[in-house]
Design a protein around this ligand. Structure first.
Ligand SMILES: [Zn+2]
Length: 307
């Protein structure tokens, strides 16, 4: 994957027009040079009017560098997609649809909202590999807000609080990847559903929660972890994640709403898990990584024949 600029101003300079963005996509898709998806040909023509379309010099097949990405057949310029994805992937607090509309001079709020929604959906798809190894599990409560920003209590949970389960991998005394889920209650059924959805079989759980019998889930309790001795303060790693989450929740304009809680959590998880891999986060948001087509037998054969 080609390197991304380290700062937003540098980014704007480098990806200021459609051609620059299209070249980045082409380099990501064909790191060793163009390969025609139809015949495997290695030579292509490009049109100045459509920088993202390549035409195979051998068979005439036209292919777009946006094929398979989130940008395919979009009416928005590539520069708009690139800028929005870069800001979402690299800025600590992301960006709201309203900010996006102003910053990019988009005609309507709806366009900006849809752009944000599509990029946020990519966050959920990215990295769904289950957590493994030693995993700390705990629960927390987050204050929810009504439409006018006030705290609400709707009677379904305690005092306007939303219930959340969290999990974090502990790797060599460092924080690994995390998962967060909004849950209706803290029952054993809810814990088990959370474990099944987020932990790989064979993972070892450290928690002071009562898990019930989870042998059927293929998940182990850490025998070294002494709940009584360690207590709640023993779960250092997941408590650190929760405290980051609380600080972040305060920065969300108008606070977190119950209706959107899981999508806020998904965004937090994506940002946290990609904190050391900004380039991969950018590619994941735009669906670039997934766009690289598998090499087919036909392509291998034709490349072999041409060599
Ligand atoms: Zn071809």
């Amino acid at each position: 994957m080609p390197d991304l600029p380290r700062s937003l101003s540098e980014f704007e300079q480098r990806f200021g027009d459609e051609t620059a963005c299209a070249e980045y996509l082409a380099a990501a898709r064909w790191p060793d040079g163009f390969v025609c998806p139809a015949c495997g040909g290695a030579k292509a023509w490009r049109f100045d009017s459509e920088p993202w379309t390549y035409q195979c010099a051998r068979c005439g097949h036209q292919t777009s560098v946006t094929a398979g990405t989130i940008m395919h057949k979009s009416r928005l310029p590539l520069t708009t997609w690139f800028w929005a994805a870069y800001v979402l992937a690299t800025q600590p607090n992301g960006i709201s649809a309203l900010q996006l509309q102003h910053e990019l001079g988009l005609g309507s709020y709806k366009t900006a909202w849809l752009l944000c929604a599509k990029l946020r959906r990519s966050m959920v798809v990215a990295d769904r590999t289950s957590l493994s190894g030693i995993v700390e599990i705990d629960k927390t409560e987050i204050t929810c807000h009504g439409k006018n920003g006030s705290m609400t209590g709707d009677g379904r949970s305690r005092d306007g609080k939303m219930l959340v389960f969290g999990a974090v991998e502990v790797q060599d005394l460092r924080l690994g990847r995390i998962r967060l889920s909004a849950v209706p209650d803290y029952s054993a059924t809810s814990v088990h559903a959370f474990l099944v959805a987020n932990l790989a079989p064979g993972a070892t759980v450290r928690t002071d929660e009562w898990l019930g019998d989870c042998s059927a889930l293929g998940i182990n309790h850490d025998p070294q972890f002494n709940v009584v001795a360690a207590g709640r303060n023993g779960l250092h790693y997941i408590r650190r994640v929760f405290s980051d989450l609380e600080i972040w929740a305060l920065s969300v304009p108008h606070g977190l709403r119950r209706k959107h809680l899981q999508s806020y959590l998904d965004e937090f998880v994506f940002r946290f898990n990609s904190r050391r891999t900004r380039d991969a986060a950018f590619s994941a948001l735009l669906g670039i990584a997934a766009a690289q087509p598998p090499v087919t037998y036909k392509m291998l054969v034709s490349q072999g024949a041409a060599a």
